[in-house]
Design a protein around this ligand. Structure first.
Ligand SMILES: [Cu+2]
Length: 306
């Protein structure tokens, strides 16, 4: 029969089609599924669990569509013909209970993980966190390492297995700080402080970017994050300290002018003010609050950093 032949061909072709369709896939193209960070790994697990949960109704529906079409075809005289059929309590029970349970499961999962993975929550560790002040400029990222008194443009270097504690703000419109392979994305807003904690679990080079459209130079607003051993991180800090550039008010005034695709720049010294506090203060107009709505502490309002 013709249909039998068609089914045979489809059966033979399916694995081959899959090979062609999925041949282009590699985890490198899907940074969220190829996590290299402590937070990111939890998030990857969450994405996969949510995906599988949602497949519970999707897969049977797809299978049944084909099965019904085949079983209840006009030429099949063996299946029951029931033109008056209208209602089934059994079907209603399945159709309502299963999605309800899935929604309940997703709700519990989302509630617990959003609290577990709160970007404001420090990552427990025996080693002291590396502090980084990230300031979004038009259209580049300024990273200040307040404990090292160094700064960079569009480049982050962090030690592996050491928590990194970011405080972020923006010297311009709202932007979004995101290193997909390390974990959570967070917004940086003018006059506000947002916090983010990340930790790289393995060495590597990861793309970081602004994932919030912020105007003309948006597409050039990305940076490389290098996770490396603590020794190499220390060596890098020493190297930055050799840089001839200093980040003072004059340099900052130049930096805040719009420019895009700005090459990596190192600053050996950040002087004399606490730039992060200065940028926040610029936009406060007396109303000081963190991005979560809480009031800023007095030490945040007046430079320098605690
Ligand atoms: Cu606000």
């Amino acid at each position: 029969m013709v249909t039998d032949n068609i089914i045979k061909y489809v059966r033979r072709l399916t694995p081959l089609t899959l090979v062609f369709l999925l041949g282009g896939c590699s985890l490198a193209n899907y940074p969220l599924l190829d996590s290299a960070g402590a937070i990111g790994q939890h998030e990857t697990r969450l994405i996969i669990i949510a995906f599988l949960l949602m497949l519970i109704p999707v897969v049977p529906v797809i299978v049944m569509t084909f099965w019904f079409a085949y079983r209840y075809r006009a030429t099949n005289k063996k299946s029951t013909y029931a033109p008056k059929w209208a209602h089934s309590n059994k079907i209603e029970a399945v159709v309502w209970t299963v999605p309800a349970l899935i929604v309940l499961g997703l709700a519990v999962l989302t509630w617990t993980t959003t609290h577990q993975l709160d970007p404001y929550k420090p990552i427990p560790s025996t080693t002291k966190a590396v502090r980084i002040d990230a300031i979004a400029l038009d259209w580049k990222w300024l990273f200040i390492y307040p404990d090292e008194h160094i700064a960079t443009i569009n480049k982050l270097v962090i030690p592996t297995n050491v928590p990194v504690s970011f405080q972020l703000t923006s010297n311009t419109v709202m932007t979004s700080f995101f290193i997909p392979r390390l974990g959570s994305q967070i917004y940086a807003m003018a006059g506000m402080r947002s916090r983010l904690h990340l930790m790289a679990k393995k060495p590597g080079r990861f793309l970081g970017w602004n994932s919030q459209l912020s105007g003309e130079g948006f597409s050039g607003m990305h940076f490389e994050t290098v996770a490396t051993s603590t020794q190499k991180y220390r060596a890098w800090v020493d190297k930055v300290r050799q840089s001839p550039h200093k980040l003072d008010m004059t340099t900052f005034k130049e930096l805040e002018k719009p420019s895009s695709h700005v090459p990596v720049t190192y600053y050996a010294d950040v002087a004399p003010v606490d730039l992060y506090a200065y940028v926040i203060k610029k936009y406060m107009h007396g109303n000081t609050h963190n991005a979560d709505g809480s009031a800023m502490t007095a030490s945040m309002r007046v430079a320098p950093n605690p």
